[in-house]
Structure formats: structure tokens, C-alpha cells
Design a binder for this molecule. Structure first.
Ligand code: SF4
Length: 428
């Protein structure tokens, strides 16, 4: 049996899948190496969402090749995940200068386990969910509930790499959640490219939430990511509100505030519809924090489009946002466009966006001072004696101080002050 080392890039879905793969390898008798130079197999779980993520992987493959040359001539390297799903990748990665031993897309990952045990067969693979995705730290777990995406936004490579949406049976999800809770996990994020289009027979996403609420017992917080506004169903708010374990923390990816850009991105929801949705969500669930994804620098984006985006931020007042600039992904419709925004302008616009959103986030955080919160302690705080970094249900960062606490504790506090984007508190 081999010693393996897994290196993971990209989204929480990749993190969850790497952890599940590690579990399968352990069950097969393989053991984890503490560093790449001690491994027989290095497995790189890759991300293709941005070019920079692929460039980092190519850099690491060069380093792994040097381990094979200088330390372990029998070292084998496998590339999995999104880069492995690209048609051209296999040939490119398996020859010089990388000499990777296996390139395995998502639906062929079981072949890796067979390869490592010398049991490769010619079966045609089909995507299937792992049954268990171990927590990395014992506190938080990622649990995929669906895989793939049917939306084909013009900038996004995901549907080409992960394929059509598949939903995981609700019973399997409930069993995995209960297993995590029984093992002491305190916070679980349900994962999917678009969780709102979950469909297991008659069971849609709100019905899944109700089902999980009834089936899973124990103290735990649940979150989910990510959702598309076009599939956001207000029945979901009712379902979430009916069980206090579901965090008032909604991730709804809008991407832009200019209708022209949204149309060119093939995003169905226009700004007025999105703002109306936000008004209804906030009316139904005032304590909910709204998080989004925002992209600047899409081809042809003008200053006018940026003003529309900023106007939407002023109206919606997102608690937080994941912000990035457009990166060409070969194979997508947007990659064929020639009306690209120069890199320098993309960087400038991204910085303007970050500055504006940070100011909004800070103001919203400041307004929370004086309120009480339950906080989950997630790690020791680096610069505070006896301090912990904690998270609220709204996903606010809070420093909690107290010798008596441990990572994983839930602590009741009153918010006292703010330092940057982090809240300070008194323990109640
Ligand atoms: S909905 Fe998300 S994952 Fe699907 S194509 Fe659009 S950006 Fe990509």
C-alpha cells in the first residue's frame, strides 16, 4: 500500500472531495504522508476557475518533478479535478515537462484508488457522490448535496468541467449530516454550484431543508453555498426560519449590477428583479446577512456599467461579497470576445469595488455593536492572549477572550466594538 499526499486548490467542493478521497484511501490501507517528499503518490485536486489557479498547479507540478528527480524516482503524480476534465489537459500533463502519471476527471476518481492498488479495469465511469466527506478540523464539514451546473453563464467553465446537475439523494445527505453531528462537528456547509436547483424526485431545496431539519438531531449550525438568484424561492426562507440551526446567512451570487452586462453573461436575473428579491428576503428574515459574488472587467464593461454596479451595492447593502475580476477561460463563449477590458482597468475597478464594499460591510458591522450573539469558536486568535477567533451565525468574525473556552465551543456574547472587519465582545 502507498503513502499519499493530497494538495487541494479551489472551492469548498474540491476541499470536501479531497477529504472524502483521503478517507477512501485510508480505508483501502493507504497512509497519509506528512509532506510531498515522503509520498509514493501525490494527488493534486485542481481548480480551473481562474488562470492563476492553473498556473499555481503547473508550478507545483514542476516542484513534484524535482522530487522525482532528486529524492524518489518511483514517485507518482495524479492530477484530478477541473483541470483534469479539460480535453487538452491529459496529453499536455502526461508528457514533458510534467510527466504526470494519471489525469482523472471527477467521474473517474475511483480509478485512482484502483491504480494505487493495481486494480485498474475498463469500466465506463459515472459520477457518484462520496458517502462521507470528513471534517478537516473536527469543527466544520463541507457536505456536497449536488454536483454540476446547467446554467452556462458565458464566462464560466464549470458546466463544461463538472457536467449537468446531479442531486444527491436526501437520505444519504441526512445520514452524512448525522454522522458529522455525532462526531462533534459544529458547523456544516451544504455545497453545490447552485443549491437552489437541488431536485431529488419531488424534493426541491426548501423541501430538503425541511427534511434535514426533521431528520438530523443535535446542536449544529447549517449553511449553504452557492445559489443563483433565478432559482431563489422565497419558500426557502420559510424553511430556513423554522429551524434555528440554519444560519441567517444567505449566499446569493448576483455577479453584476448592470443589466447589459448581466445579459451578456447570460445571467437571467436583472437588477430590478434582484433588488426586489432582496427586499422580500430582508422583509421576511430581517436578521439574515446577504453575501454575494461580484465580477468586474467582463468584456465591454464600461464606466456606466460600473456606476450601475455601485448603485446596486448602495441599494442592496450586502453584508459581504466575494469580489474578483474577469479571467478568460478558453472554451467559454466569453473567451471568443475581442472587446476585452485592459488588465490595468480591471485591477483598478476591482480595487474600487473592494473599497466600496468594505466600507459598506464595516458600516453594517458597526451597527451590530450592542447586540447579543452566539459565537462558534473556530481557532485560537493569533495576537490575543487567551483569545479565539469566532464566527456568528451571520458569518461575522468576533474575537472572544476567555481561558475557560476551547475551540468548538458555542459562547454567548455581547458585541462591544469593532477593529477593522472584526468585532470585539464581552462574554455574557
Ligand atoms: S451558475 Fe455558477 S457555476 Fe453555473 S455557469 Fe453560472 S457561474 Fe458557473
Amino acid at each position: 500500500m502507498s503513502k499519499y499526499f493530497i494538495e487541494t486548490y479551489g472551492c469548498p467542493m474540491n476541499v470536501a472531495e479531497s477529504q472524502a478521497l483521503a478517507q477512501s484511501l485510508e480505508e483501502g490501507g493507504h497512509t497519509k504522508a506528512s509532506a510531498p517528499n515522503e509520498a509514493d503518490w501525490i494527488i493534486v485536486n485542481t481548480c480551473s476557475v481562474r488562470q492563476s489557479a492553473e498556473d499555481r498547479v503547473y508550478g507545483r507540478l514542476g516542484f513534484f518533478k524535482s522530487i522525482r528527480t532528486e529524492i524518489n524516482p518511483d514517485l507518482k503524480v495524479a492530477v484530478m479535478g477541473c483541470m483534469a476534465a479539460k480535453k487538452e489537459a491529459k496529453e499536455q500533463l502526461m508528457k514533458a515537462p510534467f510527466h504526470v502519471n494519471a489525469v482523472l476527471p471527477h467521474d473517474q476518481r475511483d480509478d485512482l484508488i484502483k491504480m494505487m492498488s493495481d486494480q485498474i479495469t475498463d469500466e465506463v465511469p459515472k459520477f457518484s457522490f462520496y458517502t462521507y466527506h470528513p471534517s478537516d478540523d473536527g469543527i466544520h464539514a463541507y457536505v456536497p448535496i449536488m454536483h454540476g451546473c446547467n446554467n452556462y453563464c458565458t464566462f464560466c467553465i464549470i458546466p463544461y468541467l463538472r457536467g449537468k446537475e446531479i442531486s444527491r439523494p436526501k437520505e444519504e445527505i441526512a445520514q452524512e449530516l448525522q454522522r458529522h453531528v455525532d462526531q462533534g462537528v459544529k458547523e456544516i456547509t451544504l455545497l453545490g454550484q447552485n443549491v437552489n436547483s437541488y431536485q431529488d424526485g419531488e424534493v426541491d431545496f426548501p423541501a430538503l431543508i425541511r427534511y434535514l431539519s426533521a431528520q438530523v438531531k443535535g446542536k449544529v449550525w447549517f449553511r449553504f453555498t452557492s445559489s443563483h438568484p433565478k432559482d431563489f424561492n422565497l419558500d426557502l426562507i420559510d424553511a430556513l426560519k423554522s429551524d434555528a440551526r440554519f444560519c441567517p446567512h444567505l449566499h446569493v451570487a448576483v455577479q453584476h449590477g448592470s443589466d447589459r452586462i448581466l445579459r451578456e453573461m447570460a445571467r437571467e436575473t436583472r437588477r430590478d428583479k434582484f433588488e426586489a428579491l432582496v427586499r422580500e428576503v430582508r422583509a421576511q428574515w430581517p436578521q439574515a446577512a446577504l453575501i454575494t459574488d461580484l465580477m468586474v472587467g467582463f468584456p465591454s464593461e464600461s464606466e456606466e456599467d460600473m456606476q450601475a454596479l455601485f448603485a446596486m451595492l448602495d441599494t442592496v447593502q450586502f453584508e459581504d461579497a466575494f469580489m474578483y475580476y474577469y479571467n478568460t477561460r478558453p472554451g467559454t463563449p466569453a473567451a471568443k470576445r475581442t472587446d476585452v477590458v485592459p488588465e490595468a482597468i480591471k485591477s483598478l475597478r476591482l480595487q474600487q469595488l473592494i473599497d466600496k464594499q468594505r466600507a459598506i460591510s464595516h458600516q453594517i458591522l458597526r451597527k451590530q455593536i450592542g447586540q447579543e450573539r452566539e459565537v462558534l469558536l473556530i481557532s485560537p486568535a493569533k495576537k490575543t492572549e487567551n483569545g479565539f477567533l469566532g464566527r456568528t451565525q451571520r458569518n461575522e468574525n468576533v474575537i472572544v477572550v476567555g481561558k475557560q473556552f476551547n475551540v468548538g465551543d458555542f459562547v454567548h456574547v455581547q458585541l462591544r466594538d469593532i477593529n477593522g472587519q472584526t468585532l470585539l465582545c464581552d462574554v455574557l
